[in-house]
Structure formats: structure tokens, C-alpha cells
Ligand binder design. Structure first.
Ligand code: IPM
Ligand code: MG
Length: 358
């Protein structure tokens, strides 16, 4: 019997629904090619639904989503709703509620002409960032004292636990081993100024002793952003805290061709996990059919890889890489001259041509 995957789909706001539609077309095609069944169930959560019903993400729906094999999310964020409200109510709720402690962000350049760095080749831009996804300033421990007065004080805790730090570092060591590239893991922190990050330094050393085959490297976050531009080939696998990972991966997305291709997985190994493009809802492009769906298609690629459909994942990666190398898809922005659906068509066409080896 063929396998069936139940996928909870949250298209969300702005360009989310448009790009998710193309991602689902690709998923359906891959399922047919590889002989499995993908059953998407759409959930309406996002700004439109909130403004109509005052509902953000009800408990019953959260439980229902939890019962799926994976989650595909488009984008959340809308100028009509207060900044951060839906991001916390939906994205953070899923990341924290499902304990998705790894935010996995591959940084891979598929064609040299897409890189804004001079003379960098695909061989030199090929690393992966493992961002901690459930702690740090994102834990939501903040407050205001004497709010609105000249004496106002605002605080927000950068919270790190030993368990939370250890599990994500361990995941990263395992990943560095699985990638088998340079067998190198770089810890990115700011322990010279944020002294609490000494916990990361110690945990990295301790866990690292269990992985004698993996070289341990270290960079402070400020230097890491410099290396990312100057010598991206220096990175293989990177592990970092939630907020530094957030910042570093937007920069890293640019050197792989932009937010139009960058995807991420919010993962708890062995449990229902969530896949999404890194770009946001881009309200100014919404509804025009010009948004580039490649990042969402790559999120589907990551989802298949996570579900154990390695061949299907490889097919998508090869198809996208082929399109970019051949310049049939000339750019990754909304200015490619192609509509969202036309890019989806190109990927479907290219899928038929790739040879898989996995
Ligand atoms: C990301 C985004 C989110 C984050 C926002 C939308 C809260 O920037 O996924 O990187 O900061 O994690
Ligand atoms: Mg971000």
C-alpha cells in the first residue's frame, strides 16, 4: 500500500495563499511520480480570518493540526493588525506549542549569477544554519515599568536553558555528521558581551567531545555576519541561538539568491513539524499573481525530505536548480516577468526532466 501523508496547510496572509497554491501543485505531482498520497487540509488562520471572526488559532484547531504528519505555512502578517499579534498567536504558538526546537535553514546557491557577492560559486555557498527555535528573547518574558512616562523601563529576557541549548547543539552535531561535507560545526554566539551565553560555550564543548569526528569552530555573531559575506565557504553547519539565527539567516538568504528561494523547517525530530518560506507576507505584492513561489516549493522539498521521501525531495531540488542554472527562471524576485502560476508551471515541467539517483 502506498503511504499517505496528511498535511495541514495554513496559507495565511498577503502572498501566502498564492505561493502555497503552487507548492501544493508541486506536492501533488511529486506524489504521483513517487507513488505516495499527499492529503492537504487547509486551515483559514491569518489576518482575514481574525478580522472576520476575532479568532487567532483556537485550541481545537491547534489539536487538529497536531494530528497531521506535517504543516505547510505560507506567511503571517498584515498591516491591518497590530505588529507581532498574529506572528505570536500563530507562528510562535506553533513553534512553542509543538516544541519545534530546531529552525533549519539551508543556505545553498544553485547558480553563480544569483549571488550578489563577487566571484562566489555554488561550491562556496553551501551551508546550513541550525537556529534554536523555542527560547531566547522569543520566550516572551518582557515587561514595561512606568509605561508611557519619562521614567519608563522596558525589559526582555534572553532566556537559555541547559536542556534547550543541549538538544539543539546535539541536533547540529548529528547534522554535520550526516551532511558529511567538511565535518565542521560552527557555534555562533555573543558570549563576550552576553555573558549568559557561556552556557552555549560550555555545552558546545561538552557535547562536542562525543563527536570527535566533527571539528568545532566558533564565531561571534558580529564576525559571523562578516564571514558570511567575505568567506561563506568557511561555513558547513552552523548552530546558534534564536535571535542571532533570525538575523543571520536573512543575510544568508541574500547570498543564496534572496528571500525568493530561502525556505526553512521548524522541526522536532520524530514529531509533526512545520515548513515555510522565510519571506513574509509581502502585502504590497499580494493578490497580483507576481510573487515568486520558489521558496515555498523549497519548503515542500524540505518537508518531503523530513517525511523520508528523499527521492521526491531530490527531484524538486534538481528541478529548481536546473531552472535557475538554465536561466529559464531569470530571477528570484517578483520582477522575473513571470506570474506565480507560470513559475509553478516551469517547475512542474522541469520535474519531468530530472533524473534521480537517491
Ligand atoms: C522568521 C521571522 C519570524 C521570526 C517573525 C515573523 C516573528 O522573521 O521566521 O525568521 O523572527 O522568527
Ligand atoms: Mg526572520
Amino acid at each position: 500500500m502506498s503511504k499517505t501523508y496528511n498535511v495541514a496547510v495554513i496559507p495565511g496572509d498577503g502572498i501566502g495563499p498564492e505561493v502555497v497554491e503552487q507548492g501544493l501543485r508541486v506536492l501533488e505531482r511529486i506524489a504521483a511520480l513517487e507513488g505516495f498520497t499527499a492529503r492537504p487540509t487547509r486551515f483559514p488562520f491569518g489576518a482575514e480570518h481574525y478580522l472576520k471572526t476575532q479568532e487567532v488559532l483556537p485550541d481545537a484547531a491547534f489539536e487538529e493540526i497536531k494530528g497531521h504528519d506535517a504543516i505547510l505555512l505560507g506567511a503571517i502578517g498584515d498591516p491591518r493588525v497590530q505588529v507581532g499579534f498574529l506572528e505570536f498567536g500563530i507562528i510562535a504558538r506553533l513553534r512553542f506549542g509543538l516544541d519545534l526546537y530546531v529552525n533549519l535553514r539551508p543556505v545553498k546557491l544553485y547558480a553563480a549569477h544569483l549571488c550578489p557577492l563577487k566571484d562566489k560559486t555554488p561550491e562556496q555557498v553551501d551551508f546550513v544554519v541550525v537556529r534554536e527555535n523555542t527560547e531566547d528573547a522569543y520566550a516572551g518574558m518582557y515587561g514595561f515599568f512606568k509605561k508611557g512616562t519619562p521614567d519608563e523601563i522596558a525589559t526582555q529576557e534572553m532566556l537559555f536553558t541547559r536542556k534547550g541549548t543541549e538538544r539543539v547543539i546535539r541536533y547540529a552535531f548529528e547534522l554535520a555528521r550526516r551532511r558529511g561535507k567538511d565535518r565542521k560545526l560552527t557555534l555562533v554566539d555573543k558570549a563576550n558581551a552576553v555573558r549568559a551565553m557561556d552556557l552555549w560555550t560550555r555545552t558546545f564543548e561538552e557535547v562536542g567531545r562525543e563527536y570527535p569526528d566533527i571539528t568545532r569552530e566558533h564565531a561571534y555573531i558580529d564576525a559571523a555576519t562578516m564571514w558570511c559575506v567575505k568567506n561563506p565557504e568557511w561555513f558547513d553547519t552552523v548552530v546558534t541561538s534564536n535571535m542571532f539565527g533570525d538575523i543571520l539567516t536573512d543575510l544568508a538568504a541574500m547570498i543564496q539568491g534572496g528571500l525568493g528561494i530561502a525556505a526553512s523547517g521548524n522541526i522536532h525530530p520524530g514529531r509533526v513539524s512545520l515548513f515555510e518560506p522565510i519571506h513574509g507576507s509581502a502585502p504590497k505584492h499580494a493578490g497580483k499573481g507576481v510573487a515568486n513561489p520558489i521558496a515555498t516549493i523549497m519548503a515542500v522539498q524540505m518537508m518531503l525530505d523530513y517525511l523520508g521521501e528523499a527521492r521526491g525531495a531530490q527531484r524538486i531540488e534538481e528541478a529548481v536548480a536546473g531552472l535557475l542554472r538554465s536561466r529559464k527562471l531569470p530571477s528570484l524576485g517578483s520582477d522575473s516577468g513571470l506570474s506565480t502560476r507560470q513559475v509553478g508551471d516551469l517547475v512542474l515541467e522541469s520535474l519531468e526532466q530530472v533524473k534521480v539517483t537517491a
